[in-house]
Ligand binder design. Structure first.
Ligand SMILES: *[C@@H]1O[C@H](CO)[C@@H](O)[C@H](O)[C@H]1NC(C)=O
Ligand SMILES: *[C@@H]1O[C@H](CO)[C@@H](O)[C@H](O)[C@H]1NC(C)=O
Ligand SMILES: *[C@@H]1O[C@H](CO)[C@@H](O)[C@H](O)[C@H]1NC(C)=O
Ligand SMILES: *[C@@H]1O[C@H](CO)[C@@H](O)[C@H](O)[C@H]1NC(C)=O
Ligand SMILES: *[C@@H]1O[C@H](CO)[C@@H](O)[C@H](O)[C@H]1NC(C)=O
Length: 414
């Protein structure tokens, strides 16, 4: 416009400058109108109550205001779906906790929030205090059976008696309330980080077969059913040292493992690599509780922390690795990794078969520095998903477990 104006003879310039202003005004109006229209596409007005709200677009402003995800796209299978479905879960998901059972014995409340079974304790505590809880069974998407195998264990109950106690308790719920019979338990779940949970539920095949089992031991040999059950991350909290991250220059050891030889793969790992100069593999030489936190400090200085399957409950080393910023190397033929239907584990860990133990060093050395840095950056991004809090916070382990439950609730709803 400036060029056109300059080319015109002086007497007409005033007229044209007015016309120019009008054109400018028109263009500005057009731009702002377009802007507002676009804006209204991104922020639709409150849906008319007669039109069913699109679940994907539910509360869009809340979703868009959420900046947690800006550079997260690479650790989730479907970041967009996760973000929107998570928001929907936060708004809608309701769980009914059966009120039966004395909290002073095996029911309702956690045994403790520390140690090997902290995850079970946190879940019991978090769900009771959370907005997901409803006292109205008609509002509930899922029903929680609040019996704690860990508390039974704490009271020295025998396995035989546990089986009887669980059976009596669940049968009493079945005869007292109408909810179980509607689905034969398909919209019910129970939580146990303890491998005794497997034995304690032996008297109730329907519970194990139909209900959602949330466990720390997700392996086929204890009857884990991947499409229905949920792997609970086993997290040894509180952590002795702060989280690691953005510290790749300090990670000079290629690989590290120290632990008990309580499984075949661990025996082989120790036998093959115990004297290696690049892989720091020590057989049971470091006690995590004693010394000057030697065990934990190794995680800060290592690139890859080897996580071979143990006897039963075996994910604590994985979450230790994640916390300390050391890439976990999962060495297991079958292990249903926590949240693997949400998170793409290959983006922040190395997943190997047991047979790969013989080539372990070469496999790790073949990972380029750039690949290692990318894995490490992604690992830092997922740290919050593997941490329990009281009260729980957005995207922490509790919310991820709830999200996994939410993903499974659609199967049947009455
Ligand atoms: C919703 O839409 C219907 C039909 O289009 C209309 O009759 C009704 O008044 C609207 N309700 C609201 C709350 O806008
Ligand atoms: C098991 O239950 C029986 C009968 O109630 C009781 O006598 C026994 O002490 C219990 N044993 C254990 C180890 O809990
Ligand atoms: C549910 O079904 C079982 C087995 O048929 C029965 O014993 C129980 O009383 C039923 N529960 C209710 C609340 O009707
Ligand atoms: C690397 O290790 C040194 C010595 O322990 C420590 O002071 C420093 O903070 C570490 N660097 C990073 C980025 O963590
Ligand atoms: C490692 O060194 C010890 C002590 O020298 C030796 O007994 C053992 O056989 C060595 N292991 C391997 C796999 O070479």
């Amino acid at each position: 416009m400036m060029a056109a104006k300059a080319a015109l003879p002086p007497p007409a310039s005033a007229v044209f400058s007015i016309r120019g202003s009008l054109v400018t005004l028109a263009i500005l109006t057009l731009i702002s109108f377009t802007y507002l229209s676009l804006k209204s596409i991104h922020f639709p007005p409150q849906p008319n109550s007669s039109t069913p709200p699109n679940p994907i677009l539910a509360s869009p402003s809340k979703v868009l205001a959420d900046h947690d995800f800006e550079d997260y796209s690479d650790v989730y299978h479907s970041p967009q779906i996760f973000r929107l479905n998570y928001a929907e879960m936060e708004n809608k998901f309701k769980v009914f906790i059966y009120p039966d059972g004395d909290p002073n014995t095996f029911y309702q409340t956690p045994r403790k929030l520390t140690g090997k079974y902290a995850s079970e304790g946190y879940f019991f505590q978090n769900v009771r205090d959370s907005p997901f809880r409803t006292d109205d069974p008609d509002q509930a998407h899922l029903f929680f059976i609040p019996i704690s195998c860990h508390k039974m264990r704490g009271k020295g109950t025998s396995y035989e008696n546990m089986t009887i106690i669980v059976q009596n308790y669940v049968e009493s719920l079945i005869s007292k309330y109408p909810y179980w019979n509607r689905t034969l338990g398909a919209d019910h779940f129970f939580v146990t980080c303890h491998d005794v949970g497997v034995r304690a539920t032996e008297g109730l095949p329907l519970l194990v077969k139909n209900s959602i089992r949330v466990v720390c031991s997700p392996s086929y040999d204890v009857g884990f059913i991947p499409h229905k059950d949920i792997a609970l991350p086993q997290v040894l909290q509180p952590f002795a040292l702060p989280a690691g991250g953005n510290d790749v220059e300090n990670r000079t050891t290629l690989g590290f493992w120290a632990g008990h030889r309580n499984s075949k793969i661990r025996v082989i790992l120790a036998r093959v690599w115990e004297n290696d100069t690049e892989l720091d593999i020590s057989n049971n030489r470091i006690n995590r509780a004693t010394g000057h936190l030697l065990y934990q400090k190794k995680f800060y200085r290592t690139k890859f922390c080897i996580c071979p399957g143990g006897s039963q409950v075996n994910s604590a080393r994985i979450t230790d690795s994640i916390h300390y910023g050391c890439i976990p190397v999962i060495l297991s033929n079958y292990y249903d990794l926590p949240f693997n239907d949400i998170l793409d584990w290959r983006k922040f860990s190395v997943v190997l078969k047991e047979i790969d133990v013989y080539r372990l060093k070469q496999i790790l050395k073949d990972i380029s520095d750039a690949e290692f840095v990318a894995l490490h950056k992604n690992l830092v991004k997922v740290q919050k998903h593997f941490q329990w809090n009281s009260p729980p916070i957005k995207y922490d382990a509790f919310h991820m477990v709830m999200y996994d439950l939410w993903l499974r609730h659609h199967v049947i709803k009455y």
